[in-house]
Write a protein that binds this ligand. Structure first.
Ligand SMILES: Cc1ncc(COP(=O)(O)O)c(C=O)c1O
Length: 380
């Protein structure tokens, strides 16, 4: 499977076949403990359910391969995966993070990480100059970016950020949840660690909370992250790991559909009299379009936002009137979701009050566009 297309790797989950039964689909391993050999060794590689479970092996191997990495670990959630990276740093280490990023992680960095001793500066990561100014060679240990970034879909130039990080002696980690390895392979662009909320596109069916990290190298920092997973115990359940692998088998098909429909919706609503702005990196006028076109392949993602003319009340009223779109948080599932982002993020959110975030699923594009049209028309 060395040189196969990502679609083939995903659909066949690397072509794994159970050696004893010849089953094409791996089993769920609920066992929390494993037999020790008579000579006191654990040759199977498995001893207890918290360090490792056989059901993690295939989803981790597949994601590692799709990302072109050297190692992968799944976690109990995207937040568990992301925070493991920061916990692997030392108190006093300097971190540069984006102003526009997943709000839950931004809050964790502002509150917990700062109290624990990390020094975190938030900058406009879509401007390479801002990143360059913020890093302090020798003191900065990590640049964290997210591209496209929640909820404006701002784009960060991954290769430029990697160069800035490495020149300063720091690592580059990226939340690539929205792009997925089907659209962007950050390790090829110089990233050291790729993070996913696997709750989103990787699983894709809104029925698993999961996270993952992929490393460019199996080094001492990665060992620390692995030790944090084992000792903090933020591991996936075995059934969730099994579902995650099943979801990943159709990642390429879902992404292709989501990207095509998101592009169609974005183009349809540009210049619409009830829409103040459409935020989508696939639109030539979006500020990050040129960089996105360079580092995203096969589409610009299934996430976009619209700013509703008439402000916050018009945006909330529009979301109230949809029937095909579902009013719910999260993203990356097969069903399309709509959300008034400032309401969930609360004070300090960079989300404009008139912004509705759209997670485009795999439904019929005309149904989705028609539903938004009738909701906007009804608001008046
Ligand atoms: C881009 C992004 N990163 C990280 C997370 C956190 O992931 P989880 O909810 O799986 O912990 C989310 C969740 O919404 C997200 O959208």
């Amino acid at each position: 499977m060395e040189s196969r297309h990502p679609a083939t790797l995903a659909a066949q989950a690397l072509g794994w076949i159970d050696p004893s039964t010849k089953a094409l689909i791996p089993p769920v391993h609920p066992s929390t403990t494993f037999i020790r050999d008579p000579d006191n060794q654990y040759r199977s590689g498995f001893s207890y359910g918290r360090p490792m479970n056989p059901t993690f092996v295939q989803p981790e191997a597949l994601l590692m391969k799709l990302e072109g990495g050297a190692a992968c670990l799944t976690f109990a959630s995207g937040m568990a995966a992301a925070t493991a990276v920061f916990l692997a740093l030392r108190p006093g280490d300097h971190v540069v993070a984006p102003q526009v990023m997943y709000w839950g992680l931004r809050n964790w960095l502002k509150n917990f990480a700062a109290e624990w001793g990390l020094i975190v500066d938030f900058v406009d990561a879509s401007a390479a100059d801002a990143l360059k100014t913020a890093v302090e060679p020798g003191r900065t240990k990590l640049i964290w970016i997210e591209s496209p970034a929640n909820p404006t879909w701002a784009i960060t130039d991954i290769a430029a950020a990697a160069e800035i990080a490495h020149r300063a002696g720091a690592r580059l980690a990226i939340d690539s949840t929205v792009a997925t390895p089907m659209l962007t392979r950050p390790i090829e662009l110089g990233a050291d660690i790729v993070m996913h909320s696997a709750t989103k596109y990787l699983n894709g069916h809104s029925d698993v909370v999961a996270g993952a990290l992929v490393a460019a190298r199996h080094d001492e920092f990665w060992e620390r992250i692995a030790a944090i997973r084992t000792s903090n115990g933020a591991i996936l359940g075995s059934f969730e790991a099994w579902l995650l692998l099943r979801g990943m088998r159709t990642l390429h098909l879902r992404l292709e559909r989501c990207c095509g429909t998101a592009q169609a919706i974005a183009e349809h609503f540009v210049g619409h009299r009830r829409i103040a702005a459409v935020l989508y990196p696939g639109l030539p006028d979006c500020p990050g379009h040129a960089v996105a076109a360079r580092q995203m392949h096969g589409g610009f993602g299934g996430m976009l936002s619209i700013r509703v003319a008439g402000g916050e009340s018009a945006a909330i009223a529009t979301a109230a009137r949809v029937t095909v779109w579902k009013r719910a948080t999260s993203l990356g599932g097969v069903e399309s979701l709509i959300e008034h982002r400032a309401s969930i993020e609360g004070p300090g959110s960079p989300a404009p009050p008139d912004l509705l975030r759209l997670s485009v699923g795999i439904e019929d594009a005309a149904d989705l566009i028609g539903d938004l049209e009738q909701a906007l028309a009804g608001v008046g």
